[in-house]
Design a protein around this ligand. Structure first.
Ligand SMILES: C[S@@+](CC[C@H](N)C(=O)[O-])C[C@H]1O[C@@H](n2cnc3c(N)ncnc32)[C@H](O)[C@@H]1O
Length: 264
C-alpha cells in the first residue's frame, strides 16, 4: 500500500502541471473505492514514459505524475507500474529520478519498443491474475497523435485494441496532440479522427477533456465500468453535447472547454 510522499503538493496542484494527472486520478480513485484492502494490484503501463521530466514545459513527466497521484489516491492498493520508452538514455534518467522515492524505485522499467512492452506487461498480468478482473490503466502520451510512424515512433497502435479486449477492467488514457492530427490530415496521412480512434478501442464509456493550449491536446479515459462525468476536473461523457464538441476536430478552440479554463 502506498503512503503520501509529503511533498506538500495536492492532486489539484500537480494537475496544473500535468493535466493528465486528472485522468490518472479518475482511474485510481474508482479502483481504490472498489478494491482497496483486498490485496489487489493497480496495474499501470506507460507506453511513452520519457525521462521523468518534461524539459520543454519544466514539469514532471508522466511516471513522476503516476507516483504522485498513486500516493494520493491508491491508499489501499499495491501500485504495479511498468514504464516503457525506446530511448535507453531516457530510461536511465528516469531510473535516477525514481530512485529518490522508495516506493517508486520498485517500478519496472522497460527500455524498448512499446508494442513489445505492452506484450510483456500483458503476460505479467496473466501470470499473476485473471485478465478479466485485473484493474489498472494504460497511458499513451506519444507527443503526437494516435499514430505510429514507419520508423516505429509513437503509440502502440497495433496491440492496444486486443489488449483492451483481454483486460476489460484496465482503463485506457490517451493524451493526443490534435494539432498533429490536423497537420497529418492536411498532409493526406491516413489518420483516423478521434471519435473513430475511441470507437476502435473496445471501451464502453469514454470521458473526454480538452487540455487547451496551442496544441489542443485531447485527453480521453476509456472504461467499461460506468463512472461519473467528472465535470469538475473537465471531463465530459464523449456522447454528451460538450463531449461531442471536444471530439469535433473542426470546431474552433474554445477557452471555456479547457480543463482549468486557462491556456496551457
Ligand atoms: C512526449 S515524450 C514523453 C512524454 C512523457 N509521457 C512525459 O510525460 O514526459 C514521448 C516519448 O515516447 C517515446 N517513444 C516514442 N515512440 C516510442 C515507442 N515506439 N516505444 C517506446 N517509446 C517510444 C519517446 O522516446 C519519448 O520519450
Amino acid at each position: 500500500m502506498t503512503k503520501r510522499m509529503g511533498q506538500g503538493q495536492s492532486v489539484s496542484t500537480i494537475d496544473k502541471e500535468r493535466r493528465f494527472a486528472a485522468a490518472m486520478s479518475v482511474s485510481m480513485r474508482v479502483a481504490n473505492a472498489r478494491f482497496a484492502g483486498k490485496g489487489w494490484r493497480f496495474w499501470h503501463f506507460d507506453a511513452n514514459a520519457g525521462c521523468g521530466w518534461n524539459h520543454a514545459a519544466n514539469v514532471p513527466g508522466s511516471p513522476l505524475v503516476f507516483w504522485h497521484i498513486a500516493h494520493e489516491c491508491l491508499l489501499g492498493m499495491q501500485p504495479a507500474p511498468y514504464f516503457c520508452d525506446h530511448d535507453p538514455i531516457a530510461v536511465e534518467q528516469l531510473r535516477s529520478r525514481l530512485a529518490g522515492d522508495p516506493a517508486a524505485a520498485g517500478s519496472i522499467l522497460l527500455p524498448g519498443d512499446n508494442e513489445d512492452g505492452l506484450r510483456l506487461f500483458a503476460s505479467r498480468i496473466r501470470h499473476a491474475e485473471n485478465p478479466k478482473f485485473a484493474v489498472g490503466a494504460v497511458m499513451i502520451d506519444p507527443n503526437g497523435y494516435f499514430y505510429r510512424s514507419a520508423k516505429g515512433i509513437g503509440a502502440p497502435v497495433a496491440g492496444i485494441s486486443a489488449f483492451a479486449a483481454e483486460f476489460p477492467r484496465i482503463d485506457l488514457i490517451l493524451n493526443l496532440n490534435m494539432r498533429t492530427f490536423l497537420l497529418q490530415r492536411g498532409a493526406g496521412h491516413a489518420v483516423e479522427p478521434p471519435r473513430a480512434v475511441l470507437d476502435g478501442l473496445r471501451k464502453k464509456h469514454w470521458l473526454v477533456a480538452r487540455a487547451g493550449g496551442q496544441s489542443r491536446h485531447l485527453l480521453a479515459v476509456g472504461r467499461n465500468m460506468p463512472t461519473g462525468d467528472h465535470r469538475a476536473i473537465g471531463f465530459h461523457y464523449a456522447d454528451s453535447q460538450l463531449g461531442r464538441k471536444i471530439l469535433d476536430v473542426d470546431a474552433a478552440p474554445d477557452r471555456s472547454d479547457d480543463l482549468f479554463g486557462e491556456a496551457a
